[in-house]
Design a protein around this ligand. Structure first.
Ligand SMILES: [Zn+2]
Length: 372
């Protein structure tokens, strides 16, 4: 998992800077209405002014982001300072927007790393076998080429030529020989898929291609991969590549939606819900290991900087633990910090759909899965 290693290195190296550092997580997801006409550029400019980022640095950041007409990501993570630090990461996940000038703020990157489950897509027909990985960070390595939607194609070289004219069911000796060739060919593809899946850290696998091919491939797939298959999609590989990748992205989103739904079902069975109960279980009882929160949480909560704790009594200007002054922060920011500190996964759910309805109406916007 080269990508995850890069991200970990970035966290360590940026997190160790003395500051002040600009840490910006800017939502550039074109599907979010607030980002139409690149309105995020205005938000970035205003936020950098509010935070007091030095003018020279502001200008560098603005020039870079204004040149990016199609960022090819959902979130841009930007780290810059006046000592030459200038790093930009393209994240294929939605991270709550925040802009800070001061100590480096890497908690959201840590979360991305914990939260994100890389998807793989094995795409095949009679002629070809291709393997794509969607990773949280879109940085292409060496020979690999970054495609649309954050898909990266992995180089694969089956050792045997592809068997021609497959699908024949006649039982003359030539036909039987041909069937056995196909079988061993698919077996080899299965081994290849396994090797890449493990190497790339893929936990969720999509299989795509014409029905008879995907069926055969799935039958010969090594056992360890069966559990990882989350979708089988029947597509014609003759379509233009952009269309193919859009289809794969749609399948991936459906599978993610399904995963989120399962998380909410589990929380309903054995979890905590609502701001008060969830924060208590997370920070005081330390028994939440997976959080679900609405992307648009309007709530605020008090916070003690000295203890790094949320104060659930909203009127407490003094911290009940250490007696120092508390401040009011956005609940989203506090959840990010607490989840990072407690090692809990945090899934933000956005848009108008069945999952966000459940989370809002039934769980009060935030909920968590508990260990005990
Ligand atoms: Zn305190």
């Amino acid at each position: 998992m080269a990508q995850a290693q890069d991200l970990r290195q970035a966290i360590t190296s940026v997190g160790g800077r003395p500051g002040p550092v600009l840490s910006a997580y800017m939502s550039v997801n074109a599907d979010i209405p607030e980002n139409q006409r690149r309105a995020y550029l205005v938000r970035l400019r205003d936020a950098m002014n509010d935070e007091g980022v030095p003018e020279g640095l502001q200008q560098r950041v603005r020039e870079y982001t204004e040149d990016e007409t199609h960022p090819g990501a959902r979130t841009l993570a930007i780290f810059a300072d006046e000592d030459g630090l200038f790093e930009i990461y393209r994240l294929q996940v939605d991270v709550p927007e925040s802009f800070r000038w001061g100590d480096p703020y890497v908690a959201p990157l840590t979360l991305v790393l914990d939260e994100y489950e890389p998807y793989g897509a094995a795409v095949l027909d009679a002629e070809r076998f291709r393997y794509f990985v969607v990773s949280p960070l879109s940085t292409a390595h060496g020979e690999e080429e970054m495609k649309a939607n954050g898909f990266l194609e992995v180089d694969v070289h089956p050792s045997e030529p592809y068997p021609r004219g497959g699908g024949s069911t006649d039982l003359d000796p030539a036909g039987r020989k041909h069937q056995s060739n196909i079988h061993s060919f698919y077996k080899e593809l299965g081994e290849l898929a396994r090797e890449i899946t493990f190497r790339e850290g893929v936990r969720r696998l999509i299989i795509a291609g014409p029905r008879e091919r995907t069926a055969e491939f799935r039958r010969t797939l090594p056992n360890e991969l069966h559990d990882r298959v989350v979708a089988e999609e029947h597509i014609d590989l003759g379509a233009p590549e952009g269309e193919l990748l859009d289809r794969l992205e749609a399948v991936r989103e459906r599978a993610e939606h399904e995963r989120e739904k399962e998380l909410l079902d589990e929380i309903r069975e054995s979890g905590v819900r609502g701001l008060d109960e969830t924060v208590a279980a997370l920070q005081e009882e330390n028994r939440v290991y997976h959080l679900a929160a609405l992307w648009e949480l309007e709530a605020e909560i008090r916070w003690c900087d000295n203890d790094q704790l949320a104060i659930r009594e909203i009127t407490s200007e003094e911290c009940p633990f250490c007696g120092r002054k508390t401040r009011v922060r956005s609940l989203t920011d506090v959840l990010v910090d607490l989840a990072t500190a407690r090692g809990a996964r945090l899934d933000f759910m956005l848009g108008e759909n069945e999952n966000t309805d459940t989370l809002r109406d039934e769980f009060g916007g935030v909920a968590g899965l508990t260990r005990f």
